[in-house]
Structures are given as C-alpha cells and as structure tokens.
Design a protein around this ligand. Sequence first.
Ligand code: UD2
Length: 304
Amino acid sequence: MRYLVTGGCGFIGSHLVDALIERGDEVVVLDDLSSGRLQNLNKRASLLPGSVLDPALVRRGVRDIQACIHLAAIASVTRSAEDWVGSHNVNQTGLIAVLDALRQAKLSVPVVYASSAAVYGDQRHVPIAETASPMPLSAYGADKLCCEVQARTAARSCGLPSLGLRFFNVYGPRQDPASPYSGVISIFARSLLEGLPLTIFGDGLQTRDFVFVGDVVACVLAAVGKASLKADVLNVCTGTATTVAQLAAAVMSAGRASVPVMYREARAGDIRHSVGSPFRAVAELGRENRTPLDVGLGRTLGWL
Ligand code: UD2
C-alpha cells in the first residue's frame, strides 16, 4: 500500500515509517523538519520537504495513496501558549489541509490522525475513558479537540473515514532530550547519563500514563483498518499510573546509576492525574500496549 505520513521525520512518525517500510509498504513523508530530523528518516521513504499548510505540496502528497497518517504538529502545550496562532495553524489547519486535499482528489482513503490526552484536561476520575467530557486546559488541547470535530464533519460531509488517536505520554528512542518541550522521560534519561540531578516539578505525586513508542506505532498500524465514517477516537495508553517520583527512581534503576533528585515549584497548569482507560482501544484494535516501563526505559537509555 502507498501511505502518506505527515510528520514522518518526527519522533513517532519516523518509527512508524520504519514499520511500514519493513512490512513492504510504500511511504511518502511530508515534513517541514521544524522538529523532525532528516537522520531519523528511513532511506527507502520519499520525502516531500515542506509544510502541511502548503496546499500544492499536500495535494502532491496525497496523490495515489491508499491511506493517510497525519502526525505533523507542534506537539507542545507550552509552545501553544507562547504562539497561539502559529500553533493553531499547524495543529488544526494542518489537519483540515490534509482532509481538503483528499476531498479535492476524491480519495476516500482511511485517515488516522494524532489527537492527544490534552483534550481531557484535569478530569476528576482516572482512568479516563473516551466518553469523558473533554475539557482542554491549553490551546494545544483545544486544537486537538477541534481536529476531532473536523474529522467527524469530514466523515459526514465528504465521506472521509477516519480514526483519531488520543496519545498519552509517549516516550522512547528519538524523543529529543535537548528540546525544552520534550517529555519528562527523555529529560530524566539525559540528566542521568550526564550525571546531573533530576528536577521534579511539584511534589512528584502527579501521575502519568507512559506509553512506549513501539506500542504506539502498533496502535497506529492497527488503526488504519479501523478508520470509518463514525470518525471515532481511541485512547493510546496503558492504564497504568506512574508518579513522577516513581519515574525518577525507575530511570535511575534502568540506568544502574544514581543522581540527586531536586524538587522545584510545580509547573503552572500542570495536570495532576493523567491516566487513560485502554479498554475501548484494546477491544477495537485487538492489541494491548504491553511494553513494561523498565523495558522501555532501558531502550530509551540505550539509544541516548
Ligand atoms: C503531555 C504531553 C503534551 C500533552 C499533555 C496533555 C509530552 C512531552 N507532552 O504533557 O504534549 O499531550 O501531556 O496532557 O508528552 N516534569 C518534571 N521534571 C521535568 C519535566 C517534567 O517533574 O524535568 C513533570 C511535569 O511537571 C509533569 C510530568 O513530569 O507533571 C510530565 O511532564 P511532560 O512534560 O513529560 O508531559 P505532560 O504530561 O505535561
């Protein structure tokens, strides 16, 4: 099959492209290399360098494809606060541009796109099921929620089948530890390898649902066959809560090293508990996200 993967040079996208090529699919990647890296890109993929906001480029990207996986985004809550409009353009208009190019090409191929746990905001009850009322606390979460609305509208108005995946805290090799917007695992892993202290924001008892990138890729692949005119959404999570303090200990244990842990003031707007219910996704996609945290941490540290 021929796939378009937007954001295919990024952290999750590049692993996905490797998996598609490994199983014999043909892959066109559209990426502006703003956060993605050319060195991450599989040599057998073809690259269309540029933005999802360039309609002519997206039209070229969708040519003759059988499925589209849209991951291109400015995947940062902090960035969405600093640059609301710029972030919105990429994160919401980017999906619309892809849907519009498919509509114009009269291609009703499955579209799998990245949504986020950010759509939930701070929920009272965890684990959070897909039926929870979304209450985003950030512009990033609001854009991802609007993407879900746009995808549902495109299903009804243009017959475009889709499935949105609400990613929880994804981690693994190729997550850039140098970026100020990076995830806590890559930041802790790099600090440990450099012998620097780990900084915990707040009391360390906030919880997250850490899901390994290999599992996320398997979910995306399974999701392609499940895209439909229901334009549904599924959590991509493990259902396991890990506190940030437990994570610090787990990173040190995986790296067989010890560094001091420092506590700083909590980040403004930090969500207290973000843990997803995996049940609907397990039933729909027929697979579980099984990589244990210590195994995933070992692979992440091994890559750095
Ligand atoms: C994640 C996603 C974000 C969005 C959001 C939705 C990542 C990188 N970010 O944000 O895109 O989907 O979920 O809710 O996956 N922390 C420390 N020390 C550090 C860095 C972080 O204590 O050096 C804490 C931080 O305050 C937070 C937790 O670790 O409580 C996780 O932080 P994060 O930046 O990895 O991800 P999160 O959940 O804020």
